[in-house]
Design a protein around this ligand. Structure first.
Ligand code: SAM
Length: 245
């Protein structure tokens, strides 16, 4: 098998103070190949060039959680993690590959994507992740999921305010939502603050960083659950996007 993905050992080390072991590197490689193959039938991702895939899918997924040990103390242990709107498996699959002790639930509303991820998990022998087909607005009220997670990840699913409404109800008291964003502004922080307060959370950090290959600016927003989310959140399907808080 030709290794299509760059290994980037030094860059991993310099930027995240971590690098994949041989098995994890092979799993990343397999993940890349399976996504290229799956893309022929399903519209999984437009990011298909090897370096772009490495930076925008692998590195970006892990950048949100790895270096922030003080922000995400739960990641040093057996955290329960949920990834909402995981699509082709980002950020959840790279996180599952990397954080073997965590238990990860990958959620998407599209059955075809979840079927595809199930195949990936089997082929990569990733055993610490499971999938759920569903909408965040419904899962957020399900007793099996509500207030059940230490960490909730969400990338490219909607505005930050919508993402807050999807994730905060799922967190245990003290749990953390990680919202992956491109650009971010002060004004956005103010309106997010109001919404997060209604949902029982607070903004605990906004992390701006530069990606290592294309020098793009990105942000991760970290929201902490500080009091119980009122029972009416998340609102019914479609309302969070139609009438953002
Ligand atoms: N998180 C992935 C990434 O960053 O590559 C996929 C992003 S893709 C643009 C958005 C995904 O969120 C789609 O797969 C879609 O089916 C899913 N999605 C959108 N709204 C959702 C909702 N309310 N509940 C669950 N999944 C949702």
């Amino acid at each position: 098998m030709t290794n299509l993905l760059p290994e980037m050992a030094e860059t991993w080390q310099q930027t995240l103070n971590w690098q994949p072991n041989q098995q994890q590197q092979q799993q990343f490689q397999q993940l890349y190949e399976l996504i290229l193959e799956g893309n022929r039938q399903l519209n999984l991702t437009r990011i298909t060039e090897p370096e772009e895939f490495w930076e925008k899918h692998l590195w970006d997924s892990l950048r949100g959680i790895t270096p922030q040990k003080q922000i995400i103390p739960s990641f040093s242990g057996n955290a329960s993690v949920i990834d909402i709107g995981t699509g082709a498996g980002f950020p959840g699959v790279p996180v599952a590959i990397t954080m073997g002790k965590c238990k990860i639930t990958l959620v998407d509303s599209t059955r075809k994507k979840i079927n595809f991820i199930n195949e990936i998990l089997t082929k990569l022998t990733v055993t610490n992740a499971k999938t759920v087909i569903g909408r965040a607005e419904e899962i957020g009220h399900h007793p099996q999921h509500r207030e059940n997670y230490d960490v909730a990840l969400i990338r490219a699913v909607g505005s930050a305010i919508v993402c807050a409404e999807y994730t905060l109800p799922l967190l245990k008291h003290g749990g953390l939502a990680v919202i992956y964003r491109g650009n971010w502004t002060e004004e956005e922080t103010k309106s997010l603050q109001n919404a997060v307060k209604k949902l029982g959370g607070k903004i605990s950090a906004i992390d701006e960083f530069i990606t290592p290959l294309t020098n793009s600016i990105r942000h991760c927003l970290y929201l902490q659950k500080i009091v119980k989310t009122p029972d009416n959140f998340p609102r019914p399907v479609g309302i969070p996007t139609q009438k953002p808080l």
